[in-house]
Design a protein around this ligand. Structure first.
Ligand code: XLS
Ligand code: NI
Ligand code: NI
Length: 440
């Protein structure tokens, strides 16, 4: 292992009573929970963009991040150093996966051709490190939203040339992700949306996006790359109306363009859910009940701020309800928990990168423990089953079987006289969840 983060040791599990900030209190990677190790349940991934390339800029100021190993301003050299730093970082934390955009790992250069050359230099280095460390690629993607050419969109741009460039980038990103053995390939429609209908042909833009994603699936087939494709819903940001607003909207889109039959699923991000006015659990459950939960971008927002703050997830209530959905989904299969999260601008030391990941990993480990116990004891499950018991016998069961129409409903209601309801007991259930969090 390199020694670029010299002041940080390999992080180990020391248990809940440890006062060592460079240790896990909850995440014990090889501990079995329900016959599976914690690391198999959680499948943590590092986001290359936030952890390796972000500098801490915001609209009001320049970067603040101190990365002592970044001693050169030559972009390609910098990319090489970052490969070493990334793998040392993941090894020290025991993170077994990473996610990347094409432009995170290699500089874009002066044009597309240079970008490809740079990628061809860096990808073999990453591959070598993967072999050396057994760290795997959870997903790859192309950044088709940052460059000025995508100002009006990528696959939904009114300018065909922009769409063509996006196609070239996605083609290469698919090849790279295949080369690195990526289990999934992500599409986050950064600029796929619009600001005003006064200048927008929404129908054509959506059709073009559908065509584009089908072309990507065609090309993957052609090169015998079979990842799970993941659409990452997000509302509002950066465009006012994002086409992949939330899970339900994205699923409607996938079905319309036949992509649900081409192994497209969803990558649900916590902060995107809350921006859409949903809870994280709502988005996970919506995906799960439709068989579309593919992977997770693990972070959290700030209820007092109205944008995608991408903070490290520390809220145990939310990590618990997230893991509850993941367990009910039978796990994440080819997906994982990717820390699409950034340290605050004021947390500018390399140590902060570790402390932030430890915080997130421990919060999810705790969530897993609590969620597993909740499900094992069936406290919520039994309550919910009982709440819907009227659909398991008699005319309710016949309704579920599709045997009952409005005439039968009418006859039944007239005979019944009135409806007797029972309490939903929300406060009691919230207390039960709290009790499980305190106890486990
Ligand atoms: C931005 C998105 C992005 C995707 C990958 O809000 O979360 O980081 O995860 O393009
Ligand atoms: Ni994300
Ligand atoms: Ni985000």
């Amino acid at each position: 292992m390199t020694d670029l983060f010299k002041d940080v040791p390999v992080i180990k599990y020391e248990g809940p009573r440890s006062k060592n900030p460079f240790s896990f209190k909850q995440y014990n990677p090889d501990e079995l929970i329900g016959g599976k190790t914690m690391k198999e349940h959680l499948r943590f991934a590092m986001a290359y963009w936030h952890t390796m390339t972000a500098t801490g800029t915001d609209p009001f100021g320049v970067g603040t991040a101190i990365r002592p190993y970044e001693y050169t301003t030559n972009p390609l050299k910098l990319a090489e150093i970052r490969v070493k730093a990334a793998f040392e970082f993941m090894e020290k934390l025991g993170i077994e996966y990473f996610c990347f955009h094409d432009c995170d790992i290699a500089p874009q250069g002066a044009n597309l051709a240079e970008f490809r050359k740079n990628l061809d230099k860096i990808v073999p280095m990453i591959k070598e490190k993967m072999k050396e460390t057994d760290i795997k690629c959870l997903w790859g993607t192309a950044n088709v939203f940052g460059h000025p050419r995508y100002v009006h969109g990528a696959s939904t741009s009114p300018n065909f040339d922009a769409l063509a460039f996006a196609g070239a980038q996605v083609k290469k990103a698919l090849e790279i992700t295949k080369e690195l053995g990526g289990a999934n390939y992500v599409f986050w429609g950064g600029r796929e949306g619009y600001e005003t209908l006064l200048n927008t042909n929404m129908g054509l833009e959506l059709d073009n996006m559908g065509r584009f994603l089908n072309a990507a699936a065609d090309y993957a087939e052609e090169i015998e790359f079979r990842p799970t494709f993941l659409i990452e819903p997000k509302p509002k940001e950066p465009t006012k109306h994002q086409y992949d607003f939330d899970a339900a909207t994205a699923m409607g889109f996938l079905r319309k363009y036949g992509l649900d039959k081409r192994n497209f699923k969803l990558n649900i991000e916590a902060n995107h859910a809350t921006l859409a006015g949903h809870t994280f659990q709502h988005e996970l459950a919506t995906s799960r009940i439709n068989g579309m939960l593919g992977s997770i971008d693990a972070n959290q927002g700030d209820p007092n701020l109205g944008w995608d703050t991408d903070q490290f997830p520390t809220d145990v209530y939310n990590t618990t309800l997230c893991m509850y959905e993941v367990l009910k989904n039978g796990g994440l299969h080819s997906g994982g928990l990717n820390f699409d999260a950034k340290v605050r601008r004021g947390s500018f030391t390399p140590e902060d990168l570790f402390l932030a990941h430890i915080a997130g990993m421990d919060a999810f480990a705790k969530g897993l423990r609590v969620a597993y116990r909740l499900l094992e004891d069936r406290v919520l499950e039994d309550f919910v089953d009982k709440r819907y018991a009227s659909f398991t016998t008699g005319i309710g069961a016949e309704y579920v079987e599709g045997k009952i129409g409005l005439a039968e409903l009418e006859a039944y209601a007239l005979e019944k006289g009135e409806v007797t309801n029972v309490s939903g007991r929300q406060e009691l259930l919230e207390t039960i969840v709290n009790d499980y969090i305190y106890e486990n």
